[in-house]
Design a binder for this molecule. Sequence first.
Ligand code: SF4
Length: 357
Amino acid sequence: MPPPALQDALLHWFAQHGRDLPWRRTYLPYHIWVSEIMLQQTQMDRVVVYFNRWLDRFPDIANLAEAREQEVLLLWEGLGYYSRARNLLKTANLLCRRHGGVLPEDHGALLKLPGIGRYTAGAIMSLAFNLPHPIVDANVERLFARLFNLTAPVKEKQTHAFIWHKAAELIPEGKARFFNQALMELGALVCLPRSPRCDDCPVRGHCEAFAQGLVGERPVAGKAKETISITMASGVLLHQGKIYIQQRLADDVWPNLWEFPGGRIKKGETPEQALVREYGEETGFAVHDLEKIAIIKHSFTKYRVTLHCYHCRLRGSTTVPILNAAQEYRWARPDELENFAFPAPHRRLINRLAEKL
Ligand code: SF4
């Protein structure tokens, strides 16, 4: 007997095995938009926690549009890639000004909004409005590489175009919402990167790589991503029970987030020498009495950062910095650090600090 049509098999499987996720209970455009932005670069389990917190605080677009950026960043803290949060805020403002506070049911109009690209626009159009627009994420790329036994890397231009074309062509009439999710869900739960669960796969009968015994060789590997290692030093300056923090510049990496001063370790410097120099350059403070707290490793985009973290003390009596690399500063009590948005490695430093203190 021939296998059921690919689409029927997928839709049937998704109806039985699709995960119960908060945005799948409403399919409201705002919910789809926020969840899709959060899901970029972040695992599903974490996204569910952040999504629920986000909706508690910003139940709709109008609420979000009225928020202060610092509050949005604080709520986003831990998800990384903060431009996503800033774009949500910026777009909420634009929607309130130009679109009556709602996401437009128009692919072209969505693409003009900050932070919304081809994938997110397709997700909103198909998942929220159930219109036939394709979406291709890493799960769909891997699934199609196997289903259609693609012999070139999925990011290669022609292969990429083929995958998007196929994803559009396969959408069954009136079923874009469930079909697109079924594709992504199958990739996430069954057609796994390392050990695909072919025995449980509803589309095994359609899978060319499976039929040819080539599952382990698909997707074809692309070029390895370039990585850059950076070594940095950062210091928690303690003075009379308070901690010095400063707010990063708006046009720098991690714009407007708060931090402990520090920077890259130059060739020939020890981490301690780098920290003393960086404090002098950034704040005018002379620091001494350094004591190591931790070494924190952090990866973002292509960077692999090793951060040497210290306690340090102020030499001299002035507590007013010269702000050479920041827009604002505070002397905060340790318990007040919760109220400021920090980049992930500095938040981890705060957690280590709390253990020490
Ligand atoms: Fe993926 Fe295996 Fe299903 Fe093919 S049969 S789509 S490789 S899980």
